[in-house]
Ligand binder design. Sequence first.
Ligand code: ADP
Length: 425
Amino acid sequence: MFGFGQNKHSQTGAELENGLRDNQQASAIILSAIEDGVLLVDKNGLIQLFNPGAAKITGWAEEEAKNLDFRSVIRLVNDRGEAYSPDQNPLMQIFKGSSETIRDNKGFLVTKSNQQIPISISASPLMGSNQQLSGVVAIFRDVTKERIEEKQRSDFISTASHEMRTPVAAIEGYLALAMNDKVSTIDSRARQYLEKAHESTQHLGQLFQDLLTSAKAEDGRLTSHPEVIELGSFLEQLCNDLRFQADKKGLVLEFNIGGPQTIDATNSTVVGQKVIKPLFYVKADPERMREVITNLFDNAVKYTDQGKITIGTTGDNQVVQIYIKDTGVGIPTEDIPHLFQKFYRVDNSATRTIGGTGLGLYISRKILELYQGRIWVESEIGKGSTFFINLPRLTTEQAETEKQHNNLSASFMESTGALSNSMLQ
Ligand code: ADP
């Protein structure tokens, strides 16, 4: 297994036996020396190997854990203490047929004494000679220290960016006053300098805002008030608000319901001569969705010198798709897998001259994950890019029920508010 005493024709039976023993001893030494927990589970889910690292983390002795169902020893919960569902549990995912290693570094392990320890865990399938699953190997480690450091880093970024936003906003305000003819008198050269300073301050303000949002997204503190949105009218309204930015750069902004690369463009119903537009309902926070679309639109404007930006929506029974298509510089294929990571910017002449933080797409992905959404891009250098968003679609009935439910809770809140006010008076 580790390359010792491999089967060579010249070896005698005794040599082979020694080699095998050496091999087993080497494996045992390695398994007891590493601090990570290592666990081998057979195809029936029973623990067959449990190293000292696993014993130390879980609080179960090796002899106790052996032959137990792994689910009684490796109990995984989320940050609210709720048990992982089979779809979240890496070992269960392997038993359900995943052929790849599954990792998780967000969960907690409940020890024998019912303490919750933050862990990172990976599970890989062991295939038998018949290509059937013969067991699962899981490796896990206590990440208490890493989580504390992560939290400190994120708290520092949140506090620092929050504190710095205030003076930056003041500087931006004063620069705007200095450039305002009604309140200040400046010569044209000073105006040029102030305009540059104003631009940089705006960029700095955006950077602090993005840092704050991404720190919140990371530790699950992004606020969200989901409600039913009909994306067709929502996007149409948003396009009207954004149009002036495209105009300023001489770009055309088009709004479409259906196309360009639709999942199902034939979902409009024709009644008599009238085309009824499909209603694309989703459940999401309108402010957050506005943030995502505005960010993708801003990018489309930033990275497009001439041509057109198309915003649209389409869908099928399950999914609503939003697309933002541009005729801009395009994105190199090798950069595409990294685009939605924090601080990732494509290194080319366009991005070197155009300001940005590399946080916009990361924040967009994190926001969409709140609504079980997905974002990706298709692009061709020199031709343009299309960003796609998929969100689960609500049927009209679901949307109506959801709206009624919200109205009911709103009026309930109102009446209880009125009641408690009258009791206080
Ligand atoms: P930034 O603030 O740098 O725009 P984003 O996270 O929004 O950060 O985008 C990350 C990178 O993706 C950008 O730096 C740019 O290289 C690339 N990018 C995003 N949108 C487009 C687009 N529409 N066309 C070309 N490149 C884009």
